[in-house]
Each structure stands twice: as C-alpha cells, then as structure tokens.
Design a protein around this ligand. Structure first.
Ligand code: DGY
Length: 320
C-alpha cells in the first residue's frame, strides 16, 4: 500500500516531486492555515505530514493521524509550533529546515535595520501621500551604523550571519546566549560575550535571533526595554512572542527607545495596532526566508527528510 503524505499548505512543485517518489501526496491548497479540526481531518491516515509554522503539532495531531504516522517535517527552522517531546515519545520523527534560510533571514534583518535607522518607510509614505518636500540638510535625518555596537541575542547560524553583515557596515559585535560561541567564531566576528543586562544597557542595536521557548517568551519586556539606551533600536526576526508587543509599542511611543524593526509578531498574523501608528517602526509580514530560492530549498529539505524516514533511513535534519 502506498504511503500517504499530507502537506498542509501549497509548497513548490520540486518538493512535491521528491515526495511523490515515496508515496501518495495530498497537498491542502486552501488559501489560509487550516483550523485545528480541518488539520486533524486532513492528516487522518498519514504516514508523513509536512507542516508550516502555524500548524499546531502535538499529541492530538498524532492521535488524529493514527498509529502509522512516522514523520512530521516542519518547513521552518523554528519549531515552537511543535510539542517535540509529545510527538517523539509517540515514535514519530520531527524534522526542521536549518541552514538553508540563514542568508535570506540575515539579509532581511539587516534590510529592516537599515529601513528603520534611515527612515525609509517614513520617506516612502511621505512620497506616496504626495506631500510637498525639498532637500535640506536637516531633512529626515537617520542614524548611521558605523562604529555602533550590534548586540545579538542568540549567536547561532542566523545571528552570526547578521553579525557578518554588521561587520561589513563597520559595526562592533556583542552577543549574549545560553552558550558561548567557539573561539573561532568570536575571533572572526571580534564578538564580545556579555550578560543580557549589559548587552541591553550598551548596545546601539539589539537584534533577536533566539528560538521561542518558555525561557525566551517576553525576554524583551518593559524592564528590558527600559534598560536599553533611548537611542537604541530593536530588531526582531525570530519569533513575535520573544517581545512583549504592548510594552514595545509604549516604549516606542514614549521615545524610550529610538525605533524597532519587526518581521514577526506576538499574535501573528495580527499586529499590535499601536505599532502601525508609529513612524519609528519598520515592519514586514514575516518575510525573513521569503525568497524563491530559500523557500524552495526549505520545502525540498522538508521533502527529503520525509523521503529519508519513509525509506527507513536517518532524517537529514532531525529535531529533539
Ligand atoms: C522559520 O523558518 O522559522 C522562519 O520563521 C520562517 O522561514
């Protein structure tokens, strides 16, 4: 009997082709995320499920699929949507897509940082509103990055890629994280390891690259924001709930920090309305990995993980 592979949202055809080699593929091609009952219904009888970051993967999903389920391949590097212990203890392999989205996400983080520090959104809105303007020396002045300190929270692959871009812009690097980076990485990036409190106090830009866990939920809360310099910027391309969005909106409105660049939101896809009112926020709808090349590579990696498990081989990028 052919194995049943359920893909919860449209993926590039090249990934579907990889999946077709190992089973019968059902792609859910609806416009938005499936509701939980729809998701549970769709996965019934599946041997493999290819999930997106908005799909809740837990014991209930595994039970809904049935005892034949072998693998859940999440098309994202983050897997906070997956209750990994609950799924793996039921004998189901979980995989993610690390590596392939590093450069795209780092590019986007840096692009958003430039957008907020150089007030690009404000400038564009002014032109699109057809407001009058003329060049003058004090017009829409931004903040230069050269010689400033980038404080990275989580110096994993993406954090390091952002640091490399920052070095090319003449920035100094500080970082915090559960683990110290290797001597090679610290030397290459000339990166100083600091406790979070000191990083917040001294950085000109704080950029978040940690996973969402119970320890990092609201890591950047009102107290953390109060510890930052009033001239500092916050960049978040990790997961929305790492930041207390209401506290952030208040800090931005009151000028307690200079600006924020956000690609992710606490209650995605909803965005805290107060943030949308503020000019010192550069904002994007979770576009970190959104290039044709990267999304294709992510979907293909997920498909190759599925193919490996269904063929009885080791997955390429397992989680847990
Ligand atoms: C991820 O992979 O975790 C990103 O947030 C989406 O690409």
């Amino acid at each position: 009997m052919e194995k049943r592979i359920v893909v919860t949202r449209t993926v590039p055809e090249s990934a579907v082709e990889v999946l077709r080699e190992v089973g019968e593929v059902h792609v859910c091609s609806q416009d938005g995320p499936l509701s939980v009952p729809e998701l549970h219904d769709a996965v019934r009888g599946a041997h493999a499920i290819v999930t997106m970051l908005h799909d809740r993967v837990d014991a209930e999903l595994v039970a809904a699929a049935g005892p034949q389920l072998q693998v859940v391949a999440n098309v994202a590097v983050g897997y906070d949507n997956v209750d990994v212990p609950a799924v793996t203890e039921r004998g189901v392999t979980v995989t993610n897509t690390p590596g392939v989205l590093v450069d795209a996400t780092a590019d986007l983080a840096f692009g958003l940082l430039l957008a907020v520090t150089r007030r690009l959104g404000e400038g564009e809105r002014l032109l699109r509103a057809r407001e009058p303007w003329t060049f003058h020396l004090g017009f829409k002045l931004g903040t230069g990055l050269q010689g400033k300190t980038l404080g990275i929270v989580g110096l994993g692959d993406i954090g390091q890629a952002v640091a490399r871009r920052a070095r090319a812009f003449g920035m100094n690097i500080a970082y915090t994280g559960r683990r110290r980076a290797s001597v090679e990485v610290e030397t290459e990036l000339d990166a100083r390891h600091l406790p979070l409190a000191e990083l917040l106090r001294t950085a000109d830009v704080v950029s978040l690259h940690c996973p969402l866990t119970e320890q990092t939920r609201h890591l950047i809360d009102a107290a953390a924001l109060a510890a930052m310099k009033p001239t500092a910027f916050l960049v978040n391309t990790s997961r929305g709930p790492v930041v207390d969005e209401k506290a952030l909106a208040e800090a931005l409105r009151e000028g307690r920090i200079a600006g924020a660049a956000l690609d992710v939101f606490e209650h995605e896809p909803a965005v805290e309305p107060a943030l949308l009112e503020l000019d010192n926020v550069a904002i994007a709808p979770h576009l970190g990995s959104a290039t044709v090349e990267t999304r294709t590579a992510m979907a293909e990696l997920a498909a190759r993980n599925v193919a490996a498990v269904l063929r009885g081989a080791e997955p390429i990028t397992p989680v847990g």
